[in-house]
Design a protein around this ligand. Structure first.
Ligand code: CDT
Length: 315
């Protein structure tokens, strides 16, 4: 018997600065209700799904940032109803949020995602490793991308968890541009990789047609799913947030590299597919049989070098 899991991307439209956590959670619960009505069993929500994408804006007062955008508890009184609904429906989920934690007397902040079981228990946590953007204020830029100011690099590495009879890995947004992140997960057997994103329609660094940015997003998703023989769900928070646009194009990609579902709006929207998890297993036993075909003895450079500037000939 093949293993099937009905999976969904629960895309969100913009969350404005004036919107409350309660409003965001109400929207997530409505998407979960729609998922249940479709017999979905696993839902991927976006990156930073409870607030606006605040790294686009410089704040002088860190205490204000902590109070407005970071979660000290998960679940909290505000997010608990989402966990309760999921348990009642028997739906597992991925949720991205800004995490504030005290460790050994130090305050630490991460861009985090959790994996929640259909019983409502947190079974996995991932803290974003690839933080894009900058930590300094860019006076010439139309908007900021201050993830390096507001977050530390994740300290939990890349892990997988067995949940809902599937081996599941989590990534967050910019990780989708780095093949190493996917490989680290599929070297641990991942057959379903989950990722939430917030991607500005405009390129911060240089003028770029928005269609080209979407093109990159789609080819990366297709290539990463196929080359790693895994199902992939990538969920956007998108549309206009306080006048700043982010693109949608949430996707579910099969291990064959085919896009099997894609959102059509830049608003709250659920897309879903009944995924045959064994499709990933078939590819893992043939074309991408790591044990038979990978040559790690020639890959040392991948961990020893950060970039080409480390190459002796370039020094
Ligand atoms: N959220 C996130 O990681 N966004 C980035 C934008 C990079 S532009 C500085 C992305 O890779 O989509």
């Amino acid at each position: 018997m093949t293993r099937k899991l009905h999976i969904a991307a629960a895309q969100m439209g913009g969350i404005h600065l004036s919107d409350t956590r309660e409003q965001a959670v109400a929207r997530l619960r409505e998407l979960l209700r729609q998922a249940h009505a479709r017999s979905v069993k696993f839902v991927v929500f976006p990156e930073l799904a409870l607030t606006t994408f605040f790294p686009r804006k410089w704040y002088d007062d860190q205490a204000e940032v902590d109070a407005r955008f970071f979660e000290r508890d998960m679940p909290s009184a505000v997010t608990q109803p989402l966990f309760d609904d999921a348990r009642r429906y028997g739906i597992g989920f991925y949720l991205g949020y800004a995490e504030l934690t005290q460790e050994a007397g130090t305050t630490r902040r991460f861009n985090t995602a959790i994996l929640v079981s259909p019983a409502g228990a947190i079974v996995g946590k991932y803290r974003k490793v690839h933080l894009p953007g900058h930590a300094d204020f860019k006076p010439q830029a139309a908007f900021q991308h201050l993830e390096k100011k507001y977050f530390e690099v994740g300290d939990l590495g890349f892990q997988t968890w067995r949940s809902q009879d599937a081996i599941i890995g989590m990534l967050i947004c910019n990780d989708r541009r780095w093949p190493e992140a996917f490989r680290a997960l599929t070297l641990q057997g991942a057959e379903l990789i989950t990722l939430g994103f917030n991607t500005p329609t405009e390129n911060l660094h240089y003028p770029e047609p928005p269609a080209l940015r979407v093109h990159h997003h789609l080819i990366m998703a297709q290539a990463m799913a196929f080359m790693n023989a895994t199902w992939l769900v990538e969920t956007a928070k998108c549309g206009f947030e306080d006048g700043n646009r982010m693109f949608g194009h949430s996707v579910i990609v099969a291990p064959t590299g085919e896009i099997v579902a894609k959102s059509a709006s830049e608003d709250d929207e659920l897309i879903s597919v009944e995924a045959d998890l064994d499709l990933a297993q078939n590819l893992k036993k043939t074309m991408f049989n790591y044990a038979a075909h990978r040559r790690p003895e020639h890959y040392r450079i991948l961990i020893d070098r950060v970039g080409a500037e480390d190459t002796p000939a370039n020094r």
